[in-house]
Design a protein around this ligand. Structure first.
Ligand code: ARG
Length: 457
């Protein structure tokens, strides 16, 4: 039965029904919908809008429906949306009194409330998954603090870095993502229920009762805004998008670092794939898929913004489009975070290869310039002198570590014997001891700082 059929002479066409329906996807909201309805009926009873026994009957009926859905005994089908489904089922179970549940409410404030309840739980799930990944990166950093690897800019070897510093960089990104989800949850936790269709209600409801029962921090202050506000969906999608962007960068690094050309890490067999034609291949399908799915999540963010931007106040059916976008984004972001944490837990380091690579490509040239600058040569001149040394090495098949002191001195008399210890891979990384830098002690402090910030979760 439709909730609104009284006004119509003829039933809706089958294709119109199929096009309009949302039960096939908003059935995911069943728990939120029933929880909000239980709170609403309880409030109606307490406020004397329904007799107490009427409210009790409705609440008992709703709880029975929830239990039956969860046990699989009740299949969600045959209604326009989850709200209609629950109400129809309630009336079928408790009789006429079930029809009183919708007093002082509309599907507009109902769906806005349901979505907030659902997204609130989704945020909790996202936070747990991010934390799991952060813990994984933390252990990799912990292991990697002994190791050096190349640091890149423009994907050209730049300076040697500590492996822990590398993983801490991603942890910093994911900690910001975590913070953003926390803040999104705070802003989301405002209750629209009681706004009714758009203008509020003439019944003497007490929104504080429902607010308290549903765990919202406050009640919405404008009914027109409350029924049409989907900022929280857009915000979730933005948080999810940025998380996916960070994850996608980590995937890109993984794909590069595990390639034959780089060979710094190894993805374990359990998380690799092969080729149907080339027997030798070990492919990084999982990182590639995660990188690909980032685009899909960004698409959902773009879709919701586009849906919202042209809507006249207040509720419009376009808003139903928030759901599939949201549900898909949630599924993608959680599965990507989880699979990536599992994969990263199992990667192994090719320590020697990373170390060798860290020293290649004149990656300690900045240390030569810094050395000269410490001896009083203006940095710009020190840079030019070092450039000449690099050119000399290139022309003579040398590296900064195979140059003799005489060769250094031939370019500048400011060089002393201590330059030779200055250009090694280890001393270069260790020299950058500034806060957040590549020295082992800076990386260790980075880990301590991360631990401290993790405590609040
Ligand atoms: N399925 C609808 C949605 O998701 C529920 C609200 C329907 N409200 C209405 N006035 N038709 O937005």
């Amino acid at each position: 039965m439709k909730l609104w059929e009284g006004r119509f002479d003829k039933p809706t066409a089958t294709d119109a029904d199929a096009f309009n329906e949302s039960l096939s996807f908003d059935c995911k909201l069943y728990k939120a919908d029933i929880t909000a309805s239980v709170a609403h009926a309880t409030m109606l009873g307490k406020c004397g809008i329904l007799a107490q026994e009427e409210a009790d009957t409705i609440v008992a009926g709703l709880k029975g429906i929830l239990a039956d859905i969860e046990s699989g005994a009740l299949e969600m089908k045959g209604a326009e949306d989850i709200h209609s489904f629950v109400e129809n089922e309630l009336v079928a179970r408790v009789g006429q009194v079930g029809k009183k549940l919708h007093t002082a409410r509309s599907r507009n404030d109902q769906v806005a409330t349901d979505m907030r309840l659902y997204v609130r739980e989704s945020i909790d799930r996202a936070e747990r998954s991010i934390l799991n990944l952060v813990e994984t990166l933390y252990s990799l950093a912990h292991e990697g603090i002994k190791y050096l690897m190349p640091g890149f800019t423009h994907l050209r070897k730049a300076q040697p870095i500590n492996c822990a510093q590398y993983f801490n960089a991603y942890t910093e990104m994911f900690l910001r993502d975590l913070d953003r989800f926390v803040q999104c949850r705070e802003r989301l936790n405002v209750m629209p229920l009681g706004s009714a269709a758009l203008a509020g209600t003439s019944y003497p409801i007490d929104r504080e009762i429902t607010r308290e029962l549903l765990g919202f921090d406050s009640v919405s202050q404008n009914s027109l805004d409350a029924v049409s506000d989907r900022d929280f969906v857009a915000e979730y999608l933005f948080c999810a998008s940025l998380t996916m962007a960070h994850l996608s960068r980590l995937c890109e690094d993984t794909i590069l670092y595990t390639s034959e050309e780089f060979g710094y890490w190894e993805i374990p067999d359990e998380y690799s794939t092969g080729s149907s034609i080339m027997p030798q291949k070990k492919n990084p399908d999982i990182p590639e898929l995660v990188r690909g799915k980032a685009g899909r999540v960004f698409g959902h963010l773009s879709a919701i913004l586009t849906t919202i931007k042209g809507l006249p106040l207040a509720y419009n059916k376009d808003l139903q489009e928030d759901k599939e976008a949201f549900f898909d984004a949630e599924k993608q972001v959680l599965s990507c975070l989880n699979i990536y944490a599992a994969l990263m837990k199992k990667i192994t380091f090719n320590v020697d290869r990373m170390f060798r690579a860290a020293g290649e490509g004149f990656s300690t040239a900045t240390d030569v310039a810094d050395y000269l600058a410490r001896k009083g040569v203006p940095f710009r001149d020190a840079h030019a002198i070092t450039g000449k040394i690099v050119r000399y090495c290139l022309e003579n098949g040398k590296t900064l570590t195979t140059l003799t002191l005489d060769e250094f001195r031939a370019v500048s008399e400011h060089f002393d014997k201590d330059i030779l210890a200055c250009v090694t891979t280890r001393s270069s990384a260790e020299a950058r001891n500034s806060v957040g830098g590549s020295s082992q002690s800076a990386a260790r402090k980075g880990l301590i700082s991360i631990r401290r910030r993790l405590k609040k979760y």
